[in-house]
Design a protein around this ligand. Structure first.
Ligand code: HEM
Length: 436
């Protein structure tokens, strides 16, 4: 059985039909040809975007000339009230400086330090599971948020402030579901800046809570009592070029993006991985040989090659960030076509990972593919769930560890089945989620 995939739009769509379809779900509003073409133009009287799937073009935009294809302001408009000037939204020298400070916190050695905290969070997830039906996305979300709270700020999700932030993020997601894809449509500025009252309220509350946590941490660093977690590392690392650290205002913006980018994406991936294991129960059996190996020792993760292959395959079929938008800042010749500055360039892991001219069995679930020639080549050239180039996700290694760990722990202790009347249907919200 092939894993669930949204039906693409059939035939041409006028701007109204497209906008309507886009609002309910961009994955099904886009045409089928995107799974075969190397580049496609999305054109209406109001905007023009291209969707790039030619590996050479994706490489040009993400790796070779990333500074010439910055993130578009349209994307920023919708997210800035929540994320301020966080590394996810900035461009140019400001973004480069932020990455120089943030990247060391996610290097390999630090991951080893965070791992026992991830293990505790995974234990917490198991404790919440009882026999019977569960809404798994919700559980995965709580687990991933717990991992972030513990590793970033040394507060488990059961503490009041962490619990409140988590709940407010959920409210925000419900009130402002597609905001980060606004750039694809090049919606008018007033639309991308429009915030529903409920979303405004949740933003105010999230920022107030994060400010409180960050202020407390700044004080603890000054007193010499701060724990050695990711927040302390980031707040005390000077930019090697200027010697300056983040001030705590800037840190509030970074903490906001770590929570958002760090828990929504991982929760989406873990949820879909469990769905895939449920419709392919033979893989739950194949984990048997590995599941006794997982422990609170970081090096145990390297033994879990089958679990890792499943998680990797999940990120191929259901990349949590389905599309990324960049903008040309000068006229460009792309695949022998001339475009003006201001063109939206969409890089779509969703379509790239299921491209019919690149992958064997593109829509099938096959974790063994990673040891075939085709799988290895695609992994190198076109597999980009964490993006690629200098803007690659700094949390990629972190996310792989927490995902593989969660799967191994879950399957070690439980057997999972699908509730027969609840087949999930992928839709693109802030991340790829299930409609039902
Ligand atoms: C399965 C989990 C994850 C996936 C699939 C994922 C994917 C991505 C992708 C595709 C981007 C690039 C977005 C763009 O350029 O528009 C990104 C950026 C980012 N991610 Fe992740 N991510 C995951 C987990 C995490 C975690 C756990 C953290 C932090 C602890 C994190 C922090 C960030 C940050 C700060 C950025 C912005 C980087 C920049 O723009 O320079 N992510 N992520």
């Amino acid at each position: 059985m092939k894993p669930v995939k949204p039906k693409s739009r059939q035939g041409r769509a006028g701007v109204i039909r497209f906008a309507r379809g886009f609002r309910s779900d961009i994955l099904s509003a886009l045409p089928e040809k995107l799974y075969r073409a190397w580049m496609a133009e999305l054109k209406t009287p109001f905007f023009k975007s291209i969707v790039a799937k030619d590996p050479a073009l994706v490489k040009l935009v993400s790796k070779q000339r990333p500074l010439d294809f910055p993130k578009s302001d349209y994307l920023g408009d919708g997210l800035r009230p929540l994320l301020g000037d966080s590394v996810f939204l900035t461009n140019g020298p400001k973004w480069q400086r932020q990455r120089r400070i943030i990247d060391p916190a996610f290097e390999g050695g630090r991951l080893r330090h965070s791992y026992p905290l991830m293990y505790d969070a995974a234990q917490g997830l198991l404790d919440r599971l009882t026999t019977g039906p569960h809404e798994f996305e919700e559980l995965a979300s709580a687990y991933a948020a717990d991992v972030i709270f513990r590793t970033l700020l040394s507060v488990p999700i059961v503490t009041e402030i962490a619990h409140d932030i988590f709940q407010e993020f959920r409210k925000h997601q419900a009130a402002q579901p597609i905001v980060n894809l606004g750039g694809i449509l090049r919606l008018p500025r007033w639309m991308t800046r429009f915030y529903r009252p409920a979303a405004r309220k949740s933003v105010r509350r999230i920022r107030a809570l994060i400010t409180e946590l960050t202020r407390n941490r700044a004080r603890a660093i000054a007193d010499g009592t701060a724990p050695q977690d990711l927040a302390t590392k980031i707040m005390t690392t000077p930019d090697p070029e200027t010697g300056k650290c983040f001030d705590w205002d800037e840190m509030v913006d970074q903490v906001a993006i770590f929570f958002l980018a760090g828990h929504e994406t991982s929760a989406s991936a873990i949820g879909w991985a469990l769905y895939l294991l449920v419709v392919h129960p033979e893989w739950q059996d194949r984990f048997c040989s590995e599941r006794q190996m997982v422990s609170d020792d970081f090096s145990s993760l390297s033994e879990l090659s089958q679990t890792r292959a499943v998680f990797r395959e999940t990120l191929r079929l259901y990349p949590p960030v389905p599309m990324m938008v960049r903008e040309t800042c000068q006229s460009e010749n792309l695949r022998n076509r001339q475009y003006d500055r201001g063109l939206q360039v969409v890089i779509s892991p969703w379509h790239l990972h299921r491209h019919q001219r690149l992958w064997d069995n593109p829509d099938g679930f096959d974790p063994d593919r990673w040891s075939t020639d085709n799988g290895r080549q695609c992994l190198r050239d076109v597999y980009i769930p964490f993006s690629a180039g200098p803007r690659v996700c700094p949390g990629a290694g972190f996310a792989m560890s927490e995902g593989v760990l969660a799967l191994a722990m879950l399957v070690r202790q439980h057997r999972f089945e699908l509730c027969p009347d609840r087949l999930p249907q992928p839709v693109a919200r802030l991340t790829v989620r299930s409609k039902n």
